[in-house]
Every structure is written in structure tokens, then in C-alpha cells.
Design a protein around this ligand. Sequence first.
Ligand SMILES: [Zn+2]
Length: 571
Amino acid sequence: MISVGAQGGWLTRGAGNDTIYEEQSVVGVNSIYCLQKIKQIMAMAAAVAMVMGLGADEVRSLDLSGDRMQSTVSEIVMGLEETLQLNADEQLHWITSEPSVLTVGNDGMVHAVGCGKADVIAESTHCRKIWHTTVKASPESVSFSRQNITMGAGESVIIQMVLPDDTAACDKQFSVSDSHVVEIIPSGDSVRLTAKREGTAIVSVQLYNGVSTSCRIEVRSAPETVQLREKSMTVGVGEKVSLNAILPDNTASDQILFVTDNSSVIHMTKTDGTGEFTALRQGKAQITVCLYNGVKASCQVTVMAAPMNVELSQTDIQMKIGNQTQIEAILPEQTAARQRNFRSSDEKVIRIRQQDKKATIQAVGAGTAYVTVKLYNGIEKSCQVTVWDGPIIEVRNGVTYMDGVLIVNKTYPLPRTYGKGLDKTAKAAFQKMKSDAEKAGIHLYIVSGFRSYDVQAALYQSYCAERGQKAADRFSARPGHSEHQSGLAMDINSVYDSFADTAEAKWLKNNCHRYGFIIRYPKGKESVTGYKYESWHIRYVGKELAEKLNQRQITLEEYFGIDSVYKDSDN
Ligand SMILES: [Zn+2]
């Protein structure tokens, strides 16, 4: 229950023949007018209020000069069942115009008993007070315009109490759980919150009927700095961008305001909390973010033409499961697009991880998919990505490469014209191995290095004539299938089984991987490699792969998951 009334007596003023309006604060009450003939004056006051655009909450006094009989008019909006003490400082006679809406006791206590409109009139011999009263439904709920606020020390925020439509409550009490943290100053349906020091506080409002709500306030330190993620940025015409203000840890500012110095270049579409703008035309503009305490930061924005096309930095990508590669969008010169969205057509094949303007493609499953970049203005470009389960197999000029490693065995042949001697890298690696072996008293030399297609053809023919084709296929390659034609294979010291028991063979087996070589046809792997054990035949594959194969004790066929079988036989 609250008290309403003109405590200081009637609002009176006699000053010549003119009509005078004066603003005056009266707690909790609305408009007050004084004059002699109530009905006339009410009509005049309404007309005047309309002309002046006065709101219902504004307080006026209106005196007509020369009249001793004075009157005041107030407006009240109450909720059903609400009780209100209308104060008066002298003996008054109380009347209600509508007892079904409002009742009034002879002490000036009114009670809203029905929805509708009623006048409460208090009369004495020389003056009269009128309260135009509207009774609305009793609110079943109340809310604040905000439920959670995080603010900085010293900051002020105004929140509004909101009632359901067509309800009212004249009597409401605002309170705060800790006034050392937040100070409140209620004013009508709103309350001004001022953060006093770090901590949390609950601001509540309770209506006459017990209905209440609250808002949680967290007060942090006042920010001494503010940052934008970028100090400058380039965007395309028509592009929409959001900006976030970054405050130091454990500080806050409820008010975060974004402004631009050139609204013909960029148009701010959101200026509060998070900044959002649209680039209107080519040019430069500065955006400044400002906090409640005056702390600021700026970002220079350059607006360039919108791109009419886009390219990708890679085309026709081949990948192996588990591998990843980077891709970028390439724009025409003098254009810009900050927003580039990369997407995968099939997440089971490739996944995209985007970091700013670049994207990383991750191969997760075998198959074909597309990576597409789409710019803010709808321009897009796609690129096909093939993901292999196992090695990436490429055939260049009839030569098969797996993950870049040349493969020649019974399944994968070399063309007749391929090969012009020992590979230089392989030869240098052998020289290094040979000289290191010398220091250990091991003498290594090449008894057979590069063999051309035609030389191999003659050799194979002679073996077939001598031992029969089936036997020959176990130790000699058919022309085009010999690793010696690749220039990457060498027979060391001997081509006889007895070599396996020599110190040289043992040293080779234990050390050749350090130089990038493997024993190509190891013991017990004939069904895999297609050849019986050859302790002398080494193959250069590079240090990295040689180390891997040695560590796992597997062959090239096992590593790449391939076979070594002639098409026309079971050997
Ligand atoms: Zn050999």
C-alpha cells in the first residue's frame, strides 16, 4: 500500500487573468489541475494536455485567476484488489462515482473491487480533489526487461518492470539484496541500478498481490582497456560483419557501443553489445567501440569491390585416409571477401576445418567428395577430392607410383623404354653405405645394377631354357618386371644363396635401412613378393620408408597392401 496525495496542500496559483501551467513533482501521482468549475476545467485541461503532448505521468497544476474555489485532478491506474491510501491533510468528504469499481472509506482509503473506471472525489468547503482511476486486472506475473546483467564498477543501467497486458499494479516495492554492490533508484516502473563494487546482488520487485520477480546482477571491475580482434580488416561491398569487444578478464561493461566515422562507406546495423555492419561502397571507415567508462578501441575497415569469381589453390586433390592438406580461396585483384565458407559434400570422405580464410581438408574415408568455398555474395567454387584407402596410386608414363614410390613387381611392370642407368640418389646412398661398411671391415660392391628391358629379356629367356619357366619365375623377373630396370635395385657382392651366411650379408641386413635401402625379397616372404629369398638384392626407397619397413619387418607389398602376381599365372 502506498500513500498518494498533495502533501504540501493544493496546487494553487493566482496570477492575473492568464492561465498558468506549471510542472511539479508529486510522489506517485499523475496530473493535478486546479480550477473553479470542475467539468469545464477538466475539458480544458484535457485539450491543453493534448496540445502540449503531455503524458499521463506528468504532473501539472492549473490555476484560474480570480477564483477562490480550487480543484486538483489526478490519474491513477490500479490493479484489482489493490488498496491505496489517498492522503489529505484536512477533513474531507469522500465519494466514489462507481462503487462497483472502487470503494472509498471516510479516511481516504480506496479499494479496487472491479475492473473499469471510476472517479474518487474528496471535497471540502473551498476545494475539491478528483482521482480519475482505472482498475485493471491483477497481474499474475511480473518480469524485468532483463534477467541477468554483468556490469562494471561505476556503471549504471536502467531496467524496466513489465506487467502482462491489461493488468496494473500501483503499489510495487523494489529491493536489492546487497546495496553495497548495487544501489537502486526506482522511478515509476523502472529502476536505475548503479554498480558500487565487485560482487553479486539480486534486484527484486514485489507487487501489492505478492507477485514478484528478480534480476541477477554481477559487478566486475571496470575495464581499463578494450580490444577488437583485428585492428584493420578488408571486406567486400555488400558484406556483413560482426565485431566483438574483448575486455580484460574479470572486468565487464554492460554498455558496449559501436560507432563509425563514415556511414556512407559502412552502415552499422547493430551498435549495442556486438557491433554489426554492412559494407555499402568502396572506401575506408573507422569503427570505434566505446565502454561506459570512456575506454575505446578502433578498427580500420577498407571496403573493396565484391568478387565476381573465385578460384581454389588446389584442383583435383588426391589424398590418403588420415592425411590432410590446406586449401585457399583466391580472389580477383582489387576485390575482397572476408567471409569464405568452406564445406564438404560428404563428411564421410572429407572433413573441413576452417581457420580464418584458410581451410584444412582431412581425409577420413575412401571415396570421392567435393570441397566448396562460398563467398558472402554467393559466388562459389568446388574442387573434387579423391580419398584412397591405402596408397595413392599414380601411373605416369606407364610407371606406377604408390605414395610417390616407384613400384615394380610381378603385378606392376615398367614400360620397355624405361630406365637409363642407376638412379643418382640411389648410387650416392650406396657409396656412403659402402664407405661406412669399409670402416667396419666389410667390403660391399655392386655385381649387377641397372639392367635394361632387353638385357632382362635375354637373361630371363636363358633361365627359362635352362630351368623351365616355372622355376625361372621364382628367381628371375620377366622383361618389364625386373626391379633392376628401375635403376633403384642392386645385387651386392653375389647372386648365390651362400651369400646369406657371410658377414657382408649380415651387415647389409642390419644396416642398409640407415642408408635408405631394404632387402627387397626377405626370407619367408616369397608368397608376398613373388620371389624367393635374395640376401644380395637391395632396393633404394629412401631413408624414411626404409626405416619404417625395417621397424615393422614388412615388405613393400605388405606396406602398400598390394600383390605381386603375373596376370597369366599363379606365381
Ligand atoms: Zn637382383
